[in-house]
Design a protein around this ligand. Structure first.
Ligand SMILES: CC(C)(COP(=O)(O)OP(=O)(O)OC[C@H]1O[C@@H](n2cnc3c(N)ncnc32)[C@H](O)[C@@H]1OP(=O)(O)O)[C@@H](O)C(=O)NCCC(=O)NCCS
Length: 182
């Protein structure tokens, strides 16, 4: 993992791993976000954000990740392959009203699954949370049947904390926890 050691990096730069580049989402990511948020896997495992047009996508970027950067300094980021500069998904940290600690979130386009990218990005976000925001406890939540996501969270060193009923309108969710060694 590379810390931001150069003073001339772009203002939206967040992190780099051996294969991945993470930066803040920008309004011009609208077409990519429109595609990602309407993937069947995103709709099934994360939810329908109601993003159907480029305008909706720009509003999502501004009111979701953009508002989170402004309020917390972190959020969901644009995830890109360093080798080809292709955008492959989103990954980052969220601070929800419904959870006591930040959680790590990720979603990739299906053609990029199964190559360890989500695990590489999510592990980097644990470091980002610790190093840049002093986080001592970071959560992960998944739908009960989202085994791929659960396996990513275990692989990056989280422990499974069981099924929780957090929201009356939704089914139970699996909770994963990472805590800094004291
Ligand atoms: C979850 C997601 C990001 C995983 O991306 P990925 O790049 O394929 O993840 P990785 O390659 O780093 O790891 C996937 C792991 O899940 C495992 N896996 C995949 N499908 C699985 C399944 N059906 N059951 C159990 N494990 C599964 C893989 O074997 C791999 O583990 P391994 O490296 O120990 O073999 C991707 O599937 C996705 O975008 N899904 C839709 C959105 C989503 O669910 N986001 C998370 C919401 S909590």
């Amino acid at each position: 993992m590379s810390p931001p050691d150069a003073g001339h990096m772009a203002a939206d730069w967040v992190w780099e791993t051996p294969r991945l580049h993470l930066r803040r989402l920008l309004p011009e990511d609208d077409a990519f976000i429109l595609g990602l948020l309407n993937q069947p896997s995103f709709l099934r495992f994360i939810g329908d954000r109601g993003v159907r047009t480029l305008e909706d996508a720009r509003a999502y970027i501004a009111k979701g990740p953009g508002a989170s950067y402004a309020q917390h300094g972190f959020g969901l980021y644009h995830l890109m392959l360093r080798a080809t500069a292709e955008p492959i998904g989103m990954c980052g940290l969220l601070q929800r009203d419904t959870l006591p600690d930040p959680d790590v979130g990720f979603a990739l386009l299906p053609q990029f699954w199964g190559q360890g990218y989500a695990s590489e990005a999510a592990a980097a976000m644990l470091e980002h949370g610790q190093r840049d925001f002093g986080m001592k406890r970071i959560l992960g939540i998944t739908a009960e049947d989202n085994l791929a996501s659960g396996s990513v969270l275990l692989k990056i060193g989280m422990r499974y904390d069981g099924l929780h009923h957090m929201d009356r309108d939704r089914g139970p969710i699996r909770l994963y926890v990472w805590e800094a060694a004291s």
